[in-house]
Design a protein around this ligand. Structure first.
Ligand code: NAP
Length: 482
């Protein structure tokens, strides 16, 4: 089945609309224009919010069965048009075609899990009589939608991160307004196409394209919007949180994740896993491995195995079946990465591999001897750069892993169950992977970070909880005449 091309239009409350002013969408690999989208303005966002007030009533009144049917139909549409969705992701973003296919499959799965979880949107009975004086009360709570969800998404997973907001949003009975990243809006519009095909009633969903500076504040500051579900950088998250006022916030932010390699680890496995964790999606993944702490007696052996793996990462054109790593999202970002690496080398760091840039392509890069004060250690690089550190023992590895303002996920490689347990207790993160890198996620698990990595948890079941609210129903049993 062929899909419609949605270039040039955005979705306002279920209607595809055009605007004269357009923003070009580029392929970062060659700067070719691959499409365009309306440059939405504050009035468009205001219209979306006004119409979503009707949309939230319609969404709330959809039965669970209707929500499930729509979600399942949308998932089938994505599966049936997998190659088309994958090409869109690969063209507008920086993923290779194989990475894009895998994201498309996951997005369909996320929507299907949402359909399944809609069934479990339940409450439970409450024992009011645990407090003295309440023996004549009975009741329960049930979950109700929060109303209007503002979903703001980043460029790096342009389809599945939309799925993580729209699927649970609809399963929980909300209206959803999506503001996709300006660099990768076409995947979001394709997701909207799937929901329109699936028969989602109009007014429940809007995808308003445009620059954050034109449409961001209207959405964030609106008193009609009940929840902001944001995925993106820490600085943006902080700005949004300051402006949002009294509304629910879910913040999925960045990280500079650590991996710990102990001297009893399977070093080959650790090298393969951390290479993939560091360079998948050209390192533009919130879960990317950025800092690797290796026990000193195996440091040299690990380094050798790791560098061998890194040299084998095939870079090149994103649409080629054999490419494993494409460019970063634009040349400006590649230049920033280059600058951070230069700052580190000027402070004494050594480049073991890579360190070169051509346009938006930055080679898989490994450094050692990076001083603790370097931006590369403290901040999120969000590019294909990884740092190796020698540590004395697990204690030092944990301490240094925690010594940053992020805490999304971490990995530890060891055969020692005690060390694994200790790390899982002491690492200040949202998830610890044993014998795997931080770069592991399934869409049904609770996912999120602490510190600068976020607030709340995504993962369909958990998002549905965040996107719904408990309402208590308490009956007082009155005496009847005997
Ligand atoms: P970003 O610059 O923070 O942008 C994310 C989204 O926020 C975009 O849609 C952007 O719109 C919008 N935005 C920017 N400034 C805004 C403002 N003042 N008000 C309202 N919206 C605003 O992030 P990015 O560069 O696209 O993505 C990379 C970041 O996302 C990394 O830090 C990565 O770790 C994080 N991330 C986290 C997770 C997670 O689940 N924890 C997953 C993926 C990515 P414009 O495009 O129009 O600027």
């Amino acid at each position: 089945m062929a899909t419609e091309i949605m270039g040039g239009r955005m979705l306002l409350a279920g209607e595809w609309i055009e605007r004269t002013e357009q923003i070009n969408v580029y392929n970062p690999e060659n700067n070719e224009i691959i499409g365009s989208i309306p440059a939405g303005k504050a009035e468009d966002m205001n219209d979306a919010i006004t119409l979503a007030q009707e949309g939230k009533e319609i969404a709330e009144n959809l039965s669970i069965r209707e929500r499930m049917d729509i979600l399942n139909k949308a998932a089938t549409y994505i599966e049936d048009n997998l190659e088309d969705f994958a090409r869109t992701i690969a063209l507008e973003g920086s993923k290779t075609i194989n990475e894009a296919r895998s994201e498309t499959k996951r997005a369909a799965e996320t929507i299907r899990i949402s359909a399944e979880e809609a069934r479990r949107l339940t409450g439970e009975s409450i024992n009011f009589d645990q407090m003295p004086g309440n023996t004549d009360r009975m009741g329960y709570y049930f979950r109700f939608p929060v109303g209007i969800i503002a979903a703001i998404t980043p460029f790096n997973d342009p389809l599945n991160l939309i799925a993580h907001k729209i699927g649970p949003g609809i399963a929980a009975g909300n209206a959803v307004i999506i503001k996709p990243a300006t660099e990768t809006p076409l995947s979001a519009l394709k997701m909207a196409e799937a929901f329109m095909y699936a028969g989602l009633p109009h007014k429940i969903l809007s995808v308003i394209t445009g620059r954050a500076r034109d449409i961001g504040d209207v959405l964030i500051e609106s008193k009609e919007v009940n929840m902001i579900s944001f995925t993106g950088g820490m600085e943006t998250g902080e700005k949004i949180a300051k402006k949002a006022g009294l509304k629910k916030l879910s913040m999925e932010l960045g990280s500079n994740s650590p991996a710990i390699v102990l001297n009893d680890a399977d070093l080959h496995e650790a090298a393969v896993s951390t290479t993939s964790g560091a360079f998948a999606a050209a390192g533009q993944n919130c879960l990317s491995v950025q800092r690797i702490y290796v026990e000193e007696d195996v440091y040299e052996s690990f380094k050798e195995l790791f560098l061998k793996e890194v040299k084998e990462v095939k870079t090149g054109s994103k649409l080629s079946e054999s490419t494993e790593m494409g460019p970063v999202i634009n040349e400006k970002e590649a230049e920033r990465i280059e600058k951070w690496v230069k700052e580190a080398t000027e402070a004494g760091a050594l480049i073991l591999s890579g360190g070169t840039r051509k346009g938006a392509h930055y080679d898989p890069t490994v450094l050692e001897n990076v001083p603790e004060s370097a931006t590369l250690v403290k901040e999120e690089i969000f590019g294909p750069v990884v740092l190796l550190f020698k540590v004395k023992n697990l204690h030092e590895a944990i301490k240094r892993s925690n010594d940053v303002n992020y805490g999304l996920q971490a990995g530890i490689f060891t055969a020692n169950v005690n060390a694994a347990l200790k790390a899982s207790k002491k690492l200040r993160v949202g998830g610890v992977m044993i014998n795997d890198s931080s770069d592991f996620r399934i869409d049904a698990m609770p996912f999120g970070g602490i510190k600068g990595s976020g607030l709340g948890r995504e993962g369909v079941e958990y998002t549905i909880k965040e996107m719904s609210e408990e309402r208590i129903i308490a009956f007082k049993i009155l005496d009847e005449d005997e």
